[in-house]
Design a protein around this ligand. Structure first.
Ligand SMILES: NC(=O)c1ccc[n+]([C@@H]2O[C@H](COP(=O)([O-])OP(=O)(O)OC[C@H]3O[C@@H](n4cnc5c(N)ncnc54)[C@H](O)[C@@H]3O)[C@@H](O)[C@H]2O)c1
Length: 356
């Protein structure tokens, strides 16, 4: 298939693009590089070139990159016209809860940008969309594991924007009368992505780095490795927040399964049925911040000096997914289930690259 990946230079987008290229899809990426990485694009170009050569493909490039905003209708039009896009994998977004509390407008902008993207899909009769949603739509869940029909009650503009975009996609998926267009979408609500490519060709790097695991790995190189912990009085076993960590390659494989589902779904004609699915992506296990610090400590051989601070606004105590729907509907299950194995891939990548 010809895929457009928004945010393909980012952490999850680059790992998905790698998996898609390895499966034989052609990929175009649109990314404004606001948080994306040129090292990821280099690795993907290299992979596409080697695949192109081995398959003796000389017609069209397997991989292309467009620098710009995914809500720029003119640029999207150019991409759709040039590449005969079959499906869009929409990962691009601003995605920091703490930043969204300080600068909500930046996060609400993603709603309009996504609307522009889907308008262009409609104009070009492109029906298939996989959207990166988030566990942030659940806010502070009343119980865990969280199923997809748990109340939607975001506690940050980031989560609100994701929830609103999901609603908007339902609208596009139920239109069927005057306009002969009905979107066919899967929204994947990821829990906490972690890890790096098993072959260490890609990994997680943000500037500045605010994510727990890469921060720990960066700090491991210091003479006195330190870590900051926000909140030690949560109602959890050790008082720190508990999250469901899922390996980034498992997220990528779930997207490929979602694409298969979209291809098997014939609901893109005007038959009156709504054609959307919302599915959690997690392993169904929770680990506290202190457990993650301990695991990184044993992987790196470095004990961390812990610095405790107050709770951060917008941080729920426990987020653990029910992944039954992903098993049932996507026939997907995570390959990585042990946190040590997930974090070892991240550590391997850090050791190999020094985190570019
Ligand atoms: N990382 C996680 O744990 C996690 C959890 C839940 C959901 N998500 C969602 O997954 C998606 C990818 O997250 P990530 O962790 O890879 O983040 P990331 O910041 O590494 O990647 C996002 C990419 O989108 C690009 N981008 C942002 N705004 C853009 C715009 N207007 N136009 C074009 N490109 C733009 C960035 O440059 C970057 O390359 C996001 O939608 C995020 O909300 C991530």
């Amino acid at each position: 298939m010809n895929l457009l990946v928004t945010g393909g230079a980012g952490y999850i987008g680059s790992h998905f693009t790698k998996a898609a290229l390895e499966c034989g899809h052609r990929v175009s990426i649109i990314d404004n590089l606001s948080t994306g990485n040129s090292f990821a694009l280099d690795a993907l170009r290299h992979l596409a070139n080697s695949k192109g050569k081995s398959a003796c493909i000389n017609c069209k490039a397997l991989f292309s990159f467009y620098r710009g905003c995914y809500g720029d209708k003119k640029l999207i039009e150019e991409i759709f016209k040039t590449n005969q896009t079959d499906a869009v994998i929409h990962l691009a977004a601003s995605s920091l809860v703490s930043e969204s509390l300080k600068n909500p407008e930046k996060y609400y902008q993603d709603i309009q940008l996504t609307r522009n993207l889907v308008d262009m899909m409609k104009k070009h009769s492109i029906y298939k969309l996989v959207f990166s949603s988030s566990a942030a739509v659940y806010g502070r869940p009343q119980s865990v594991p969280i199923t997809e029909d748990s109340p939607i009650s975001p506690v940050s503009p980031y989560g609100e924007a994701k929830a609103f975009i999901e609603k908007m996609l339902w609208e596009f998926a139920s239109k069927n009368t005057e306009e002969d267009y009905k979107l066919n979408f899967v929204a994947l609500r990821y829990f906490n992505a972690c890890g790096a490519a098993a072959d260490s060709s890609l990994g997680e790097s943000h500037k500045p780095e605010t994510h727990l695991i890469p921060r720990l790995l960066l700090s491991a190189a210091d003479a006195t490795p330190r870590c900051q912990i926000y909140g030690s009085d949560y109602p959890t076993a050790d008082g720190t927040c508990v999250r469901d960590y899922i390996h980034v390659e498992d997220i990528a494989s779930a997207h490929l399964q979602a694409l298969k589902l979209l291809c098997s779904n014939t609901a893109n004609t005007s038959d009156g049925q709504v054609s959307g699915e919302i599915i959690n992506l997690g392993t169904g296990q929770g680990f506290s911040i202190l457990e993650i610090i301990k695991t990184v400590g044993s992987l790196t051989g470095k004990p961390f000096e812990k610095q405790f601070f107050g709770r951060r606004e917008g941080d729920p105590a426990i987020l653990i997914a029910s992944n039954k729907k992903a098993f049932d509907i996507l026939s997907w299950s995570p390959r990585y289930t042990k946190i040590e194995d997930m974090l070892a891939t991240a550590w391997q990548w850090h050791k190999k690259t020094g985190c570019p």
